[in-house]
Design a protein around this ligand. Structure first.
Ligand code: CU
Length: 162
């Protein structure tokens, strides 16, 4: 996790030099002649009300040859966890996915409210709509990649759009 965090901080420095963040990020690895490409899109985080210590982020992942999301690092919180929601005795609970999030080959895996999400624990500052949060994703096989998550409210209804 420490190594990931250092990578995240290094990448934040690099990202500052780029004029515009790409909408989709990719990382890839070649194993036994098979090339696996992981694509990350639509990363976003929910704004946190004043004083909230934890925030949630979401994104869509697709690994062409299969992989596993093993961890996340970001400079805006002291720790992160991959959470899933589950019904326990009729009550919705969230808990850490100890083994990480499996990314089956070629399948689109969507992290969304009410399901799997990235939990930022120990926020160093509130997440404010309009901000961008760098998230460095660690994988079992592919090298880590950093995506820029937009802080915004969940998908607004069409009527709410300006
Ligand atoms: Cu959570």
């Amino acid at each position: 996790m420490t190594r990931l965090l250092i990578a995240a901080l290094a990448l934040v420095g690099l990202a500052a030099c780029q004029p515009r963040e790409p909408a989709a990020s990719t990382t890839s690895v070649e194993t036994d002649g098979t090339r696996s490409v992981i694509t990350a899109t639509a990363a976003w985080c929910r704004p946190t009300p004043n004083g909230a210590q934890a925030g949630a982020c979401y994104l869509t992942l697709k690994a062409s040859a299969g992989d596993r999301l093993t961890g996340v690092a970001t400079p805006v919180s002291t720790a992160t966890q991959i959470h899933e929601m589950a019904m326990v005795a009729g009550v919705m609970h969230m808990g850490e996915m100890a083994g990480g999030l499996p990314l089956p080959a070629g399948e689109t895996v969507t992290l969304a409210p009410g399901g799997v999400h990235l939990m930022l624990v120990g926020l160093t500052a509130p997440l404010v709509a309009g901000q961008t949060v760098p998230l460095t994703l660690g994988f079992e096989k592919a090298p880590a990649m950093t995506v820029q998550a937009e802080v915004r409210l969940p998908e607004p209804a069409a009527t709410d759009k300006p």
